[in-house]
Ligand binder design. Structure first.
Ligand SMILES: Nc1nc(=O)c2c([nH]1)NC[C@@H]1CN(c3ccc(C(=O)N[C@@H](CCC(=O)O)C(=O)O)cc3)C=[N+]21
Length: 297
């Protein structure tokens, strides 16, 4: 029987454990603070930022949301980040991506104090991840590692195929899975739009991680039995009913579920783990900045 991996349940377990960490910090007079910055009218971005703020509230993190007009200059945005870097009540800063075209994403990421970079996107944190000494790990790939561990999927010695080479998922996922530790030790192949024989590579994989951002790119005919399928896609496509849109993954669930040994659904798979690991990073950042020892889950 194919196991449908319940990301909501695993994320809730981690959140419950993080709540205890927040209480310990509170005993030391520290309330972890997360600042989110949104500079877009995009309704998906708004939804995601709201979800992050609500999750903070649930476990006692102080969330502060900053909304900037999409026309705001890069200088103004950078000034806002600078103020957050200097604010001692703010332990984590997240600038929601994408930013408008007139703002250079990399410039913005480099302005965030690496100690407050709860996305793990700053070059200093990327470098530490690659050398095997990560400080704040990117939320989605870290969440996927936790998801695999919680499901009892061993990564050591396994062939993992990642489809997608983005800086936020594909590349950090590759670096985490190849590392010499109990959540790594996999043999990793990173595929992308110029990969030849993608199907052949996926058919030989023990674990497939779909992070291309292409709706239903992968179907059951491209997978072998016994493959664990992790679907990172959160694509909004037009729906027939009056809801306006439907959320679909990078994997065609109906056919893939017939082949896979385990699979994450969309929604309810990787998404909730991303948010749980954002809370994890915020709690960790607070503990490092305030010199309070806590037992992170
Ligand atoms: N600086 C930055 N950091 C991010 O982490 C970041 C970002 N920018 N920009 C956009 C993406 C997207 N993202 C999601 C997180 C959770 C869900 C999630 O929980 N989704 C629900 C469904 C939500 C729905 O119904 O739309 C689920 O999969 O169950 C989705 C998407 C974080 N992102």
């Amino acid at each position: 029987m194919t196991e449908i991996i319940d990301g909501n349940e695993i994320a809730d377990r981690i959140k419950t454990e993080l709540e205890v960490c927040v209480e310990t910090l509170s005993d030391h007079g520290v309330t972890p603070g997360l600042a989110t910055v949104l500079m877009s009218d995009d309704s998906a971005s708004e939804t995601y930022v709201n979800m992050k703020q609500r999750a903070c509230e649930e476990i006692g993190i102080e969330g502060r949301h900053h909304e900037l007009d999409p026309e705001t200059s890069s200088d103004t945005l950078e000034g806002r980040i600078e103020a957050l870097n200097e604010n001692p009540n703010v332990h984590g800063i997240l600038v929601q991506m994408p930013v408008p075209d007139h703002v250079d994403e990399q410039t913005i990421l480099e302005r965030i104090d690496p100690m407050k970079d709860v996305d793990g996107f700053h070059p200093e944190n990327v470098g530490k991840l690659v050398t095997g000494d990560p400080q704040l790990k990117p939320c989605t790939p870290h969440g996927i590692q936790r998801l695999l561990a919680a499901t009892g999927v061993e990564t050591a010695g396994k062939d993992a195929v990642i489809v997608g080479r983005s800086n936020i998922v594909g590349k950090p996922m590759m670096n985490l899975l190849v590392q010499k530790n109990n959540l790594g030790n996999a043999t990793v192949t990173t595929c992308h739009s110029r990969t030849n024989n993608l199907t052949e590579k996926m058919r030989n994989a023990d674990i497939v991680i779909a992070a291309a951002g292409v709706p239903e790119l992968i179907d059951g005919s491209m997978l072998s039995e016994d493959t664990v399928v992790i679907d990172v896609g959160v694509n909004r496509v037009d729906a027939d009913d009056d809801k306006g849109y439907e959320l679909v993954g990078d994997v065609e669930f109906e056919s893939a579920v017939e082949q896979a040994s385990a699979i994450t659904p969309v929604p309810g798979g990787v998404g909730p783990m991303t948010i749980a690991m954002l809370l994890y990073n915020t709690v960790k950042a607070a503990s490092l900045q305030e010199n309070v020892d806590i037992d992170l889950p």
